[in-house]
Design a protein around this ligand. Structure first.
Ligand SMILES: [Cu+2]
Length: 359
């Protein structure tokens, strides 16, 4: 009995060894970890400084075609990674491997894929990740460049901009293995990080001037292409809808918090500005290999890229973080609020005399 049990245990351990090796030995035995993706503006749990050698970071994204309300009574059949606009932020360290399982459920109507600007080769993975409804695919790429980068769907031809302006984009942050550095090369730690994904929408209007609502995404295709070709978005919003990051949905911080704000725009240029604060350290084009710029009043995120800015809050209050194309911020929706708690510093600002009648 003991002998049978011994043989059984040996066989089980050999089988276990083979299974483990068949999974982990494909990249020099790199450790596999699973990253649980979360909805923006939050980032997944992550270390700011890498521990150990490069890992294989496994993630899973499920494509979700769903109608969303982007402003009161304005709807679009969004194409999403994991159900949100933008898709989830991925966080890895330089030279980690990103291993994505991309699932296009049978409930979908269209083919989708993913182009990672952080990757090298084969249309950013776009050529290797085309999945029709009912299919899934696994792509692995090495994140060799440190920075923040856009990813987006790119199925080909006019479908590329059409899918992108239906919300099918997101971002990945590839941190230097030893963390972020300031302009003197000293380590910066952030207390909080938020992901703001800016989205331009092009919603057609009917002859009465009301926004049109379609039964299916494809029904709106021809109308939407005409609006898209004007290059004049009907809405420019943060995180999928007007007001997604204001009021009850405001971001929260305390005086003294060092906050990392990552901002992506997959389709056009934008100009982030923090009213009442500054971009103390800014990677305007998202490249963490270069030293950051300092103390910017506003900064430029190029079309098809992400940028990152760090600010340590010094005063309490409600800060507006917006596109300083103020028409887009105040009339089209590109604004977020950050509510900051703490003690007011009169040395930095004080109302010396309240408004009174002119003497
Ligand atoms: Cu798509």
């Amino acid at each position: 009995m003991n002998f049978i049990s011994y043989v059984f245990k040996r066989l089980a351990s050999i089988a276990f060894f083979l299974i483990c090796n068949s999974v982990s030995a494909d990249i020099d035995g790199a450790l596999r970890v699973t990253q649980v993706l979360v909805d923006p503006p939050n980032l997944p749990v992550h270390d700011q400084v890498a521990s150990g050698p490069p890992k294989i970071v496994q993630i899973k994204m499920i494509i979700d075609e769903k109608e969303i309300e982007i402003a009161p009574n304005v709807y679009i059949h969004a194409f999403t990674f994991n159900g949100t606009v933008p898709g989830p932020m991925i966080v890895v360290h330089q030279n980690d491997y990103v291993e994505l399982t991309l699932v296009n459920p049978t409930s979908s109507t269209l083919l989708h894929n993913i182009d990672f600007h952080a990757s090298t080769g084969a249309l950013g993975g776009g050529e290797l990740t085309k999945v029709s409804p009912g299919e899934e695919v696994v792509l692995r790429f090495k994140a060799t460049k440190a920075g923040v980068f856009v990813y987006h769907c790119a199925p080909g031809g006019p479908m590329v901009p059409w899918h992108v302006v239906h919300g099918m984009n997101g971002a990945i942050m590839v941190l230097p293995r030893d963390g972020l550095k300031d302009n003197n090369g000293n380590r910066i730690k952030y207390d909080k990080a938020f992901y703001i994904g800016e989205q331009d929408f092009y919603i057609p209007k009917d002859s009465s001037g009301n926004y049109k609502r379609y039964k299916t995404a494809l029904e709106g295709f021809a109308d939407e292409l005409e609006v898209m070709k004007t290059l004049q978005p009907s809405h420019v919003v943060f995180n999928g809808a007007v007001g997604a990051l204001t009021g009850e949905n405001s971001l929260k911080a305390d005086v003294g918090d060092t906050v990392l704000l990552i901002h992506s725009q997959a389709n056009r240029q934008t100009y982030p500005h923090l009213i009442g604060g500054h971009g103390e350290f800014v990677w305007e084009r998202g490249n963490f290999s270069d030293l950051p710029q300092t103390n910017l009043e506003s900064w430029i995120i190029g079309a098809g890229s992400a940028g990152a800015a760090i600010y340590t809050f010094k005063q309490p209050g409600t800060y507006a973080y917006l596109s300083h194309n103020l028409i887009e911020a105040f009339l089209l929706g590109a604004v977020a609020h950050i509510e900051v708690d703490g003690k007011w510093n009169n040395d930095l600002m004080e109302q010396v005399i309240k408004p009174t009648a002119i003497k």
